[in-house]
Design a binder for this molecule. Structure first.
Ligand code: LLP
Length: 472
């Protein structure tokens, strides 16, 4: 995720050209293709038509792709952890923080996934959109009473599937709310496994010196287990670990799986009862540009985890618990492109005399903060036509009032690119809209879902009136 800052004019022409959907299908929504007339289409809808009939900027989401990815994870978990293989079943929960809207909730749940939430907003939206409480989870390192109350009263008081306890403090908080509501809270404990993985420090969560979870090897876990055991309204379902995000390969997941199984054995020895479940979080990585490797297929990740869980449980002599995962980015990320319209283009003459072309688009860091926040690299392709013109090294920038407002650090775009052309930035479906802001009082773009030749807003764009309505 570090910025590929290639000095202007130094790399060979063509090396940073955005791969076409046919060249790197993993980078693009499943149904993306370049039509004979040169226009990019997704879900059977030309991006030029989206720009004309809807708006730019807009997030364009391939719903069939989302459904397919959700199904792949749900099926892989169900099959690899099928109890006929001596396992105890497996589930996949979509991590709503990547991108949540009602349409996404309906699509992923129809595909067999549960929904994992991390705030009152995410939880309320998921439940209102029809996610069944028995397939919903709630995370958070500092949960509000209102979040716990909503979780425990969901579905006429049956409550959601599990609440992830993140600290000793929370045991008393959840116990007292459950007692007041006259219910039992099913809980799992989030632990720090010590496994350090992920794209960068901000998204790496398994190690000791960060805010999530309880220490596994310093007495904290034992304290939390004892407190849950002593409480009347909490039922301990299992252990949870999320080691980070944008993880490549399977090794870190396997390591965490082995550690969680050992901890599960330790906890059940203490409580005298087997722990029914473990959850190994999310984190599978995706590709953002042609420079990134093709990501590990979900089935490979799930198989590797299944192998690690089985061998750890065999070694420890415990029954394999039910296993769940919470993928977010790998489901939503590649399904979506952001469609922008090109405005001002200017060349900066650098100290060494080289030029860098700055291509300004009608969005920026308010709809994609990831390049500024993490140095994340993206790429871009011209969406409304093909060009035979030679390429020139460009930086795609937004319209905000700071120079860190970069959407694509380096990309080779045709020399004849001009005002009014459309750019599609792929792989913006996860942590794009969900981290969007109103910086500079820009309105948030909407999300258009495309499928089978039809397009429609699933999240309408904000209007200036929406923003002004907040004023006192
Ligand atoms: N489960 C838990 C408990 C999590 O905290 C997360 C992500 C996930 C699952 C989903 O992880 P995924 O499969 O999407 O990697 N804003 C950052 C990513 C932050 C991830 C936070 N937690 C980014 O844009 O890269």
């Amino acid at each position: 995720m570090t910025a590929a800052t290639v000095p202007a004019g130094e790399s060979a022409p063509g090396t940073l050209v955005c791969p076409e959907p046919a060249e790197r299908p993993d980078l693009w929504p499943w149904t993306a293709r370049r039509r004979d007339d040169g226009v990019l289409e997704i879900g059977g809808v030309a991006l030029a038509d989206i720009a004309a009939d809807f708006a730019t900027p807009a997030f364009v989401m391939d719903r069939a792709d989302l459904r397919g990815r959700a199904r792949v994870w749900a099926t892989a978990m169900a099959e690899e952890f099928w109890d006929g293989y001596g396992m105890s079943g497996g589930d996949a929960f979509y991590a709503g923080k990547a991108f949540l809207c009602s349409d996404v909730v309906r699509t992923v749940t129809e595909a067999g996934m549960g929904v994992d939430t991390a705030s009152l907003g995410e939880l309320t939206l998921a439940l209102r959109a029809g996610a069944v409480p028995s397939a919903v989870g709630l995370h958070g390192n500092n949960k509000l009473d209102a979040e716990i109350e909503t979780a425990l009263s969901a579905g006429d008081g049956q409550g959601i599937e599990r609440i992830f306890i993140d600290s000793l403090d929370e045991v008393a908080q959840i116990e007292s709310i459950a007692a007041r509501l006259g219910t039992t809270a099913r809980v799992m404990i989030r632990v720090k496994t010590g496994v350090h993985a992920g794209g960068n420090e901000y998204v790496s969560t398994g190690h000791e010196d960060q805010k999530f979870g309880v220490g596994a090897f310093d007495g904290q876990l034992d304290e939390v287990v004892a407190a849950i055991k002593a409480s009347e309204h909490l039922e301990l379902r299992g252990l949870h670990s999320h080691i980070g995000s944008q993880i490549q390969g399977t090794a870190a997941f396997e390591e965490a799986a082995g550690i969680i199984c050992e901890l599960a054995a330790r906890v059940s020895a203490k409580t005298g009862a087997p722990l029914p479940e473990i959850d190994l979080g999310g984190g599978a990585g995706i590709a953002y540009s042609g420079a990134d490797p093709v990501p590990t297929a979900p089935i490979e990740v799930v198989r590797a985890i299944a192998g690690a869980v089985r061998s750890a449980c065999d070694r420890l002599g415990i029954r394999v618990p039910r296993v769940s995962l919470e993928p977010g980015r790998s489901i939503a990320g590649p399904t979506t492109v952001t469609l922008y319209r090109v405005g001002v283009i200017k060349d900066a003459i650098l100290d060494d005399g080289a030029r860098r072309r700055y291509v300004s688009i009608d969005g920026g860091m308010a709809d994609n903060i990831r390049p500024a926040l993490y140095g994340a690299t993206y790429t871009a392709a011209v969406a409304n036509r093909v060009s035979q013109a030679p390429v020139v090294r460009c930086r795609v920038v937004g319209k905000h009032c700071e120079s860190g407002d970069v959407v694509v650090w380096d990309v080779d775009l045709p020399e004849d690119l001009g005002r009014g052309d459309l750019l599609a930035v792929p792989a913006t479906g996860a942590y794009g809209y969900s981290m969007a802001s109103n910086y500079n009082m820009l309105t948030k773009p909407g999300v258009v879902a495309v499928e089978d030749g039809a397009a429609g807003w699933v999240v309408r764009p904000q209007t200036l009136e929406d923003l002004l309505a907040l004023q006192g």
